[in-house]
Design a protein around this ligand. Structure first.
Ligand code: 5AD
Ligand code: SF4
Length: 482
């Protein structure tokens, strides 16, 4: 599964501490999912060793990199606009500036990007970041450089990412790359390649390192984390050809989760994204067993209609999804559950749409990310199905599911009023410099007066009021985890 989009983060420029010996300046901007933000940290780490320091001033940059997203057409249009902006800066203030496009749009459009966007000097796909130093040499010698080769085993497990623009409290740790699910609407299997898992020892080493640096929460990251499977390296689809020994000692996601939990018992552990067909009961039992694994599952369903799910190649029915939700609730009664939903998939009727609304009523998600279907070139849906739901109907259906989700989010926040919840302090509240902001294990934002509490503290907060999406309260002490 593709990961949650944090709209507030879109287009963030990443800046890290300067290394004195480095004289060149890198401006790196990221769009899309958490995986892209995590990848930008890997790229910055590679470039620090090539003599670059980061800057947040375009006008100063020797090299501008933009890590891009192709998930919907709108995401690509945003990037095109940014390229126009870079072009203007290059023309007016900074003629020597070089521009590179990274990520999914680089992979999808390849050399075409060089033709279409005259400003671009460098095109690098998600599996080729280690080649950037070589590609930069090509660029310095006046040639355009492209590497969009997708890999069977690249997981960047050996690169210790620099943590960019972070709060020093929460971090992402990438555990799988690529996706084999081939949902018919999705461009990700084409842009990020086949699914492969990262060596558990390098994952645990990274988590331990974060623990030593004082981080309090990590999110295990992948398009489809539940599908994690380490059998010595290689693609998930080749597991069947592994030796009996390799198969017998393979590490599953449930095992990895437990290893992470035991390695850092005081750290909060999250993971994203889960895919219904790959989520197994043993993961739920590990979650229930350990207090430091946050009770939240991002479990996209995309549609409530079995017919549409089949057209989407989602490998499960509405009923099977609802059974999984029942299982989650029986094993982890207070589990937060969130969704991704697409409306207006080709052939979606009013009846299918009503199925989506009724599924939402049954699950009552804590929150969700909802999208209008956007046809992506090359996907099976684009090749086989006409994008036949009219724009006004898409708009109306989207509004209906967004309204319903708001109702359900409000239901959950109101239910929490009067209760005491654990919050990890992550940052100052956006609304007031006298308040802290953090999240509950269920991933709901909570704000409360700072008093003498500090960033990174685990506190118990008594919730006194709420909005649709935010809990408001007062700290009543530290939590046991502190
Ligand atoms: N159109 C609209 N939404 C899409 N998503 C993925 N592909 C498309 C598309 N072609 C959504 C899915 C996914 C989320 C990250 O983006 O809901 O879970
Ligand atoms: Fe997620 Fe399906 Fe796309 Fe994979 S193919 S990233 S599971 S939406």
């Amino acid at each position: 599964m593709e990961k949650v989009l944090d709209e507030a983060k879109q287009g963030n420029t990443l800046v890290l501490e300067a290394k004195e010996a480095n004289s060149k300046k890198l401006y790196i901007e990221s769009y899309g999912c958490s995986m892209n933000f995590s990848d930008s940290e890997i790229v910055a780490s590679i470039l620090v060793d090539q003599g670059y320091n980061t800057t947040n001033l375009l006008e100063d940059a020797d090299l501008v990199l933009v890590n891009t997203c192709s998930i919907r057409d709108k995401a690509e249009q945003t990037i095109r606009k940014r390229l126009e902006k870079y072009n203007a800066v290059k023309r007016e203030n900074n003629p020597n500036m070089k521009v590179g496009v990274l990520g999914c749009m680089a992979e999808r459009l390849k050399e075409k990007l060089l033709e279409e966007e005259k400003i671009v000097d460098l095109v690098v796909g998600p599996d080729a970041y280690k080649d950037i130093p070589n590609l930069l040499k090509e660029v310095e010698e006046g040639r355009e450089a492209v590497n969009v080769i997708l890999s069977k085993d690249e997981t960047y497990g050996d690169i210790s990412p620099v943590r960019l623009g972070g709060n020093g409290i929460t971090a992402f740790v990438s555990i799988t790359r690529g996706c084999d699910n081939m949902c018919t609407f999705c461009v990700v299997p084409f842009t990020r390649g086949r699914e492969r898992s990262r060596d558990p020892h390098s994952i645990i080493a990274e988590i331990n390192d974060l623990g030593e640096k004082g981080y309090k929460e990590i999110t295990l990251l992948g398009q489809n984390v539940d599908s994690y499977l380490w059998y010595g390296g290689g693609l998930k689809k080749d597991f069947k050809n592994a030796s009996p020994m390799q198969q017998a000692i393979a590490t599953t996601f449930a095992q990895l989760l437990e290893m992470a939990t035991l390695a850092q018992p005081k750290m909060r552990i999250r993971f994203s994204t889960s895919n219904p067909q790959d989520m197994t009961e043993d993961v739920l039992h590990v979650m229930a067993k350990y207090d430091n694994i946050c009770n939240h599952i991002h479990l996209p369903v995309q549609s409530g209609s079995t017919r549409i799910l089949k057209e989407m190649n989602r490998q499960h029915t509405r009923e099977e999804y609802l059974e999984l939700i029942d299982k989650v609730r029986s094993i982890i009664p207070d589990c937060g559950i969130s969704q991704d939903m697409i409306i207006g998939f080709p052939t979606e009727t009013e009846e299918d749409h009503q199925d989506t609304l009724s599924l939402m009523e049954l699950v009552k998600y804590d929150f969700g990310f909802m999208f209008k279907y956007s046809e992506r070139p090359g996907t099976l849906a684009a090749r086989k199905l006409e994008d036949d739901v009219p724009e006004e109907i898409k708009k109306r259906r989207l509004m209906e599911i967004v309204d319903l989700q708001q109702k359900h989010s409000a239901y959950h926040t109101h239910k929490t009023v009067g209760k005491i919840v654990e919050v990890l302090i992550e940052k100052e509240s956006k609304k007031s410099d006298k308040e802290w902001s953090g999240r509950t294990p269920q991933n709901t934002v909570a704000v409360f007066p700072k008093e003498n509490y500090k960033l990174g503290d685990f506190v118990l907060v008594e919730i006194t009021e709420c909005t649709t999406a935010t809990l408001i309260g007062k700290a009543v002490g530290y939590s046991e985890n502190h």
